[in-house]
Design a protein around this ligand. Structure first.
Ligand code: B12
Ligand code: SF4
Length: 439
């Protein structure tokens, strides 16, 4: 018998349908990870984890779940550590990007193949579309439109970071409902249904949610208020589920604050990883908190199989320090790099994020941060600023560039500083990138 509950979506089109979804039984549901429209896209162990957790939860309740992941299904060439290159097609730039002298692409399964994949699924009772970066909404709109064309009477629910950060804008997607709250916030279950992929080369672990700090450019505290670590038994079960898939060789951590309470959380997790999965290669694309990286922690990372390390420095000057909750003291960073090198890492294994393009930031200070990182034998990695709704620096950016209020495409980190706010010129930015890359 089909569940009735789903069809009683609230009359308001934004809010929380977690409870309705939890009551869904014996239904067929289709999850969609949309294509990405951007100037560039790299697979930094990218998976639609929120959607995969939702699908796993629904399957446990007896629902038949299907997944169309446009990026995974559009993959082409394998890269290192389980990553992939995605199929890309040059496309015309939308109006807000018209004057930007760069090529623009659609990444993922091409339009006809995407449509056919959706049409090949059994008629669902509900469709769930996820979203990530706010400036990727074009792909989200395309996914909703295609789903509506193929299955016109099936309700579409849109969730994910864009939906939560820009709910009013997301209403224009044509989705029937915009999920603005985290799904399943009380019974925290973050195990993704990785087995919905035919041959996943990497999995994703989230062992905690939120971050106790409040950096001025970051929406972590808005997306996940508070800080909570998952019980380790749940993390181990999640890991065992993902590792039961024979094609998985790599695992990425998405935590915002992986190393906090490390004696009770991270170290026991590492012991478990060493005992059970000694060959697994581990990655931290989301940046580690430098203050936690003492000698023992660095040795543990190395022995446990963490292969690519990214450090959140952001910058060495007072301006960045203040915007970044003063989370990194220069001495902590020096100690972290020295300890990582002593533990056995090569300089190329350690990339350090340096933020560039913040309103009010001076290019000279970015240059100094790059030099400082290079001087210590680590590799600087520029992270271009993206204004994120709800953060203090979004408010500051709004004063400088009011257009960002209505047009999330302008939040794109690739273009914001150089072409929207013009806080630095394309030549200045290129100069900084060249300096960061120089060996
Ligand atoms: C991991 C991560 C990355 C990874 C991988 C991202 C990926 N999946 O492709 C990496 C390191 C590559 C990355 C890179 C960047 N990121 Co990032 N990233 C994150 C992070 C920490 C977690 C995202 C995540 O998967 N969370 C876990 C899942 C479980 O959450 P979720 O998907 O939102 O799902 C939940 C709900 O939304 C819901 N849900 C999800 N889908 C659906 C669907 C339906 C139907 C329903 C009902 C519910 C639902 O269920 C889940 C559980 O509640 C977020 C911050 C955060 N804490 O969320 C930033 C975040 C998304 N990133 C951000 C930024 C700024 C960036 C960078 C621009 C940084 C930089 N300057 O270089 C780059 C850009 C990358 C690019 N151009 O490709 C910003 C957003 C920017 C924006 N304007 O949108 C965020 C919010 C962090 C911040 N600074 O505030 N990122
Ligand atoms: S420490 Fe990192 S995750 Fe935490 S608020 Fe700052 S930038 Fe966001």
């Amino acid at each position: 018998m089909k569940s009735e509950s789903f069809f009683t979506l609230p009359r308001e089109r934004t809010g929380d349908v977690s409870r309705t979804l939890r009551n869904l039984k014996n239904a067929t549901v289709l999850g969609i990870n949309p294509p990405v429209y951007d100037f560039s896209w790299f697979d930094l162990w990218s998976k639609p984890v929120g959607l995969l957790c939702l699908l796993r939860t629904l399957r446990r309740e007896g629902n038949d779940v299907r997944l169309v992941d446009c990026l995974y299904e559009g993959r082409t060439k394998p890269l290192d550590f389980g990553r992939w290159k995605a199929q890309r097609l040059p496309v015309e730039k939308p109006e807000p990007y018209k004057n930007i002298p760069r090529r623009y692409y659609r990444f993922g399964l091409n339009g006809a193949a995407f449509r056919n994949r959706i049409a090949s699924c059994p008629r669902p009772d509900a469709i769930f579309v996820t979203s990530a970066m706010t400036y990727w909404y074009e792909g989200v709109f395309e996914a909703v439109k295609t789903a509506k064309e193929v299955f016109p009477d099936v309700p579409v629910v849109l969730g994910g970071a864009y939906a939560r950060l820009c709910p009013q804008h997301a209403l224009r997607s044509g989705a029937d409902f915009i999920q603005t709250e985290p799904f399943l916030c009380s019974a925290y279950d973050a195990s993704p249904a990785l087995d919905l992929y035919d041959a996943p080369s990497y999995g994703v672990l989230i062992t905690s949610r939120g971050c106790p700090m409040h950096c001025d450019y970051c929406a972590a505290y808005k997306l996940w208020p508070g800080f909570e670590q998952r019980p380790l038994q749940d993390v181990f079960a999640d890991l065992a589920g993902q590792m039961s898939l024979p094609t998985v060789t790599d695992m990425a951590f998405y935590d915002d604050a992986l190393l906090l309470n490390k004696e009770r959380h991270f170290y026991p997790l590492c012991r478990h990883l060493r005992e059970r999965y000694p060959k697994l290669r581990l990655h931290t694309p989301n940046g580690l908190h430098v203050a936690q990286l003492d000698e023992e922690c660095c040795r543990t990372l190395f022995r446990t199989g963490f292969r690519t390390i990214r450090l959140s420095l952001e910058g060495t000057d007072d301006f960045i320090g203040k915007a970044s909750s003063d989370k990194v003291a220069a001495s902590d960073y020096e100690r972290a790099v020295a300890s990582l090198l002593r533990a056995g890492y090569e300089p190329d294994d350690i990339e350090t994020y340096i933020l560039v393009g913040l309103p009010g930031q001076d290019a000279g200070s970015v240059r100094a941060s790059i030099e400082a990182v290079r001087g210590l034998g680590a590799r600087p990695k520029l992270a271009e600023f993206s204004p994120i709704p709800g953060t203090p620096l979004f408010e500051a950016s709004l004063r400088l560039t009011p257009r960002i209020a209505d047009e999330p495409l302008l939040h794109n980190n690739t273009i914001y500083a150089q072409y929207v706010a013009r806080t630095l010129t394309p030549e200045e930015l290129q100069g900084l990138k060249d300096l960061a890359k120089r060996r």
